[in-house]
Design a protein around this ligand. Structure first.
Ligand SMILES: [Zn+2]
Length: 92
């Protein structure tokens, strides 16, 4: 599993041109129509109101930014967690 840390202060970062949101960007890149919150202890299985959160890998030389789907609750937390969903590079 991949451990990540949520990057705060990235909400002003606009999605790439052609995408209305970062979660749309994530869905397009993964080809998944349905996303679930990537946090392993999430009770939100509805997949509604997900946001495309910016994260970095923990314990890696890779300093790139990635997008994962998170529910609003888990988008607020700062600690590190293993993710249950695919990472999509911001620069994909
Ligand atoms: Zn969640």
């Amino acid at each position: 599993m991949v451990k990540v840390k949520n990057l705060n202060e990235t909400s002003d970062n606009p999605p790439p041109s052609g995408y209305s949101s970062w979660i749309e960007y994530w869905k397009t890149k993964t080809g998944k129509k349905l996303a679930i919150c990537a946090h392993p202890h999430c009770n939100d299985v509805t997949g509604t109101n997900l946001v495309g959160a910016h994260v970095k890998k923990v314990g890696s030389n890779d300093n790139s930014w990635y997008i994962i789907p998170l529910c609003p609750e888990h988008n607020m937390i700062n600690n590190e967690f293993d993710i249950m969903e695919e990472l999509v590079s911001v620069n994909a």
